[in-house]
Design a protein around this ligand. Structure first.
Ligand SMILES: NC(=O)c1ccc[n+]([C@@H]2O[C@H](COP(=O)([O-])OP(=O)(O)OC[C@H]3O[C@@H](n4cnc5c(N)ncnc54)[C@H](O)[C@@H]3O)[C@@H](O)[C@H]2O)c1
Length: 308
């Protein structure tokens, strides 16, 4: 299992650390355009292996030849948000970066499963699929695991319970059209809607939608990386281990939920082949309408990409 992480910034480096510590890869390669950065970070991580007790199988490089034949490629290259910016403000700059990276992935690792992390997430996932030309099941984006984790944490904090007792899922887009599903949220097996009132539910959902911006506002430079890297590592683990775990990811739709030919956040079964199936939850009319609206928003932004 050879894993490449493109971009050795905050998200890329913390993801690399988690993946090697969890023993998910036989070999991990971290690549960046900044000379010395991936090499230095990888050396620092290897030096922590005697203390942490993991195999020091991580290397840094600036040369895509060293990434050849990867089974999984995680793309985190690109600019993060600054205070006051929306994810969509990154579209033009990150599209240029994504095009270049995706061409290298296509040429060097033609059999890889690709996980896109760069923002704006849904549109960058579409672009990576378009440029690589890979089967769409082998190209997905990370957003739903993170958004769902944030929601689960906020619910746990509100009710003063362990986050591990909270189940909740978000679908749709990684942005304002994120769809939280109150009917599918439970705390210790009890429906969330029986434990909090409507106003509290809406406050928790809105905080989740704004979760990335809340961190950007506090950090004042750069965006979140601990929860994002944990989310990517969970996806890498599911694919590398062929676990068939169902996780909310940005996946290509082919008629599920009445949505076709667009990337959008849906629950997907992950395995060695990438997205092996999209699971159809029982959604009511309002929820379905929200998901379809998110999908149409992404479709129209992806059409804009052609003009950049
Ligand atoms: N999907 C999500 O939920 C989610 C969560 C957090 C961050 N993000 C996004 O992930 C991206 C990375 O965030 P970060 O905090 O790590 O940023 P960062 O600035 O710390 O790291 C980005 C890295 O990409 C590198 N890079 C730029 N162009 C490159 C290229 N052509 N090839 C290889 N490397 C290149 C930079 O040198 C830098 O090291 C941003 O676009 C951010 O918005 C997405």
């Amino acid at each position: 299992m050879r894993v490449t992480i493109v971009g050795a910034g905050f998200v890329g480096a913390t993801t690399a650390m988690r993946v090697v510590q969890q023993g998910q890869a036989d070999e991990l390669v971290m690549i960046d355009i900044v000379e010395g950065l991936p090499q230095g970070l990888a050396l620092d991580m290897r030096e922590s292996s005697p203390v942490e007790g993991f195999e020091p199988n991580i290397h840094g490089t600036n040369d895509y030849a060293d990434t050849a034949g990867s089974d999984i490629v995680v793309i985190t290259a690109g600019l993060p948000r600054q205070p006051g910016m929306s994810r969509m403000d990154l579209l033009e700059k990150n599209a240029g970066i994504m095009r270049g990276v995706a061409q290298e992935v296509r040429d060097r690792s033609p059999e890889a499963v690709v996980i896109v992390v760069s923002n704006p997430l849904d549109e960058m996932t579409f672009l990576a699929a378009q440029v690589t030309g890979f089967p769409k099941a082998r190209v997905m984006g990370m957003a739903g695991v993170l958004d769902s984790a944030r929601l689960r944490y906020f619910i746990a904090e509100e009710l003063d319970v362990s986050p591990s007792s909270v189940e909740a899922i978000t679908l749709g887009s990684h942005g304002d059209a994120m769809l939280a599903l109150p009917r599918h949220a439970t705390v210790g097996g009890k429906p969330l809607s029986e434990l909090v009132d409507e106003a509290t539910l809406e406050r928790l959902f809105q905080r989740t939608r704004d979760g990335g911006a809340e961190i950007v506002g506090l950090l004042k430079k750069g965006s979140a990386y601990y929860a994002p890297s944990a989310s990517v590592a969970q996806m890498v683990g599911a694919i590398a281990g062929d676990t068939k775990t169902v996780l909310p990811v940005c996946a290509w739709t082919t008629g599920e939920y009445g949505i076709s030919d667009v990337y959008v956040g849906v629950p997907a079964r992950l395995g060695r082949g990438g997205v092996e199936a999209i699971e159809e939850l029982d959604l009511n009319e309002e929820e379905l309408a929200g998901l379809r609206q998110a999908a149409e928003g992404i479709r129209s932004k992806c059409a804009d990409l052609a003009n950049l």
